[in-house]
Design a binder for this molecule. Structure first.
Ligand code: ASP
Length: 589
């Protein structure tokens, strides 16, 4: 139908007769002349209809926004003074000669250019319309370009794209499973994969050596702003490669991508241990654009009377840390109160602070509700450790270590952004040397990555003191987001069984759930490892978007529903009967 895209028209086509197809973006009546802005995926072009071509003029008069039209016309220079440098096609226009309406449109549920005022619910309900917006088109195009660049890189480096099942057994990655009832095996259920983890390991056992897949993963977790129940991973696995080699290949893939698509040089990624990241930033994915760091001050407070600090200072599972905000003394009480509320989300019971007004005056020069409890010597020793100067503000966290880390870590991020303290646009790093396990709130232990990650010790050492063991795991972090995570895997059955035992999974249960893996590990499993990148999050960072839903064509809401299709929905009695499922009566509370 078309001779070229509307958005591709340039001065080079001046004088040419063209056929264009697209949507009416806007129609303007300028005293006898009708202007149609016609849009397709490449952009918008202005088409002019004069009254002397009666038939096409009358049709132009009748079209409305979002009608689909076909135009034959002549490309010409725009008259002097009407050139629009903001538009790719701004130097030219098309003189419309013939106009056909290919399809009408009802009045759209919202105007494409004022989506800001439209709620996300309405945008998602009418996603086909929302996706017409040039901004959404650009994001999904970048997404396609990134997938394609990644495929090219991995293909060129000898990786094979191999699909793995969607209907499968549980793969523990720390979330709840989505389960699918089986009709043919009454009372049995498939689980949707939380990741292709075990299949990619089996592919290594089969000798494929290098695998990748742009894989859909499903996790039924309590949704936070940047999570989706189904999301896409760039899933990678390789054999006979150690941690450094795996990190080198994948770092090259990401730096190449940023150089190619955004002209950004990410440089060589620094490495930081998990322990360091937690101590200095209170986070396992620190945003290194932010110059502030947490500093331990518990030792200075061990002997004071004030239990709020002395308690945690003398408890091995707790921490007292300070966060110095340069120039923060100017923050208002109101803002400090807001920050206090903010840290309470992370379980902090308060937010102590000191404003450094006149350090030379000693404790007198410190404005704070807590200095009187600390005493001059302790207060000044803290100031000295922090290198505080007049005009600074110091926040304190004193509680269980995980609460202090989460609360001050999040506060550090928030204050850094609020006070515009970020020092650069991009700050990548690798976080390495992760603990193998962590304690759960109910006193058990759980794997920090997943139970197939190789511990950095023998099975005997691991079982003797599981919480002391580190794993050979690595996360790639960019601007405070986890871009990807992976590890060297366990390739010996003995070690895998030890990990299961540490997790309280009996040998019988391990056999029942993971017998296929344990069996495969018996038959010459090579040393292997890999990693997976979150594609959605990668695109979110690359497009400077703050919601993952903005870079997914058809995302779910925060309650894991789809307003467009109304999924999830009920099923018929017949379907349930076939599956041998009876629903419980809804119990109203
Ligand atoms: N399967 C892991 C995940 O989904 C990634 C990996 O270890 O390769 O987080």
């Amino acid at each position: 139908m078309r001779s070229l895209y509307c958005g591709d028209l340039r001065k080079a086509q001046v004088g040419e007769e063209v056929t264009l197809v697209g949507w009416v973006h806007r129609r303007r009546d300028h005293g006898g002349v009708i202007f149609l802005d016609v849009r397709d995926r490449e952009g918008i072009v202005q088409v002019v209809f004069d009254p002397d071509r009666e038939q096409s003029f009358a049709i132009a008069n009748s079209v409305r926004n979002e009608f689909v039209i076909e135009i034959k016309g002549l490309v010409r220079d725009r008259p002097q003074g009407t050139i629009n440098p903001e538009m790719g096609t701004g130097e030219i226009e098309v003189l419309g000669k013939e106009l056909v309406i290919l399809n009408k449109s009802e009045t759209p549920p919202f105007q494409l250019d004022d989506h800001q005022q439209v709620s996300e619910e309405v945008r998602l309900k009418n996603r086909f319309m929302d996706l017409r917006r040039p901004e959404m088109q650009q994001k999904l195009r970048l997404r396609a370009a990134v997938s394609s660049a990644i495929r090219n890189f991995l293909d060129d480096n000898g990786f094979l794209d191999i699909e793995t099942p969607i209907l499968t057994r549980a793969t523990p990655e720390g979330a709840r499973d989505y389960i699918v009832p089986s009709r043919t095996h009454e009372g049995n259920f498939f689980a949707l994969p939380q990741s292709p983890q075990l299949f990619k390991q089996l592919l290594m056992v089969s000798g494929f050596d290098r695998y990748y897949q742009i894989a859909r993963c499903f996790r039924d977790e309590d949704l936070r702003a940047d999570r989706q129940p189904e999301f896409t991973q760039i899933d990678i696995e390789m054999s006979f490669m150690d941690q450094d080699e795996i990190m080198a290949v994948t770092e090259k893939m990401i730096t190449g991508l940023f150089a190619d698509k955004l002209s950004v040089n990410l440089g060589e990624f620094p490495r930081m241990t998990y322990a360091d990241a937690m101590t200095r930033f209170g986070s396992d994915k620190p945003d290194l654009r932010n110059p502030m760091e947490l500093v331990d001050v518990g030792d200075l407070m061990a002997d004071i009377e004030f239990k709020v600090f002395a308690g945690p200072a003398n408890d091995a599972d707790s921490r007292v840390a300070a966060l110095k905000v340069p120039g923060g003394a100017k923050l208002t009480r109101k803002l400090i109160d807001e920050y206090t509320k903010f840290v309470s989300i992370y379980g902090a019971r308060g937010l102590a602070w000191i404003k450094v007004n006149e350090l030379e005056k000693g404790a007198e020069g410190l404005q704070s509700p807590i200095v009187k409890f600390l005493g001059e010597d302790v207060a000044m020793a803290i100031m000295q450790r922090l290198g505080a100067v007049n005009g600074d503000l110091v926040f304190f966290g004193a509680d269980k270590t995980n609460i202090v880390n989460e609360a001050l870590g999040a506060l550090r991020n928030k204050v850094g952004v609020d006070l515009e303290m970020l020092t650069c646009d991009w700050a990548p790093l690798w976080v390495v040397d992760w603990p193998m396990f962590e304690k759960t709130s109910d006193g058990g232990i759980t794997a920090l990555h997943h139970p197939f990650t190789a511990p950095n010790c023998t099975p005997q050492e691991l079982e003797a003191d599981p919480l002391a063991a580190n794993s050979i795991a690595y996360d790639m972090v960019l601007n405070g987001c986890e871009l990807g995570g992976g590890s060297i895997r366990i390739h010996k059955a003995e070690m895998q069984k030890a990990v299961f035992r540490c997790l309280g999974i009996s040998d019988e249960e391990a056999e029942e759930k993971f017998g296929f893996l344990l069996n495969a590990l018996k038959y010459g499993a090579p040393p292997h490892g890999g990693l997976a990148f979150g594609l959605d999050r990668l695109i979110m960072l690359m497009t400077g978007t703050d919601s993952i839903r903005e870079v997914i064509a058809f995302p779910k809401t925060q309650t894991a529903a789809c307003p467009l299709t109304n999924a999830p929905g009920e099923v018929s009695k017949e379907q349930l009967k076939e599956l041998n499922i009876r629903l419980r009566e809804k119990i109203s509370v």
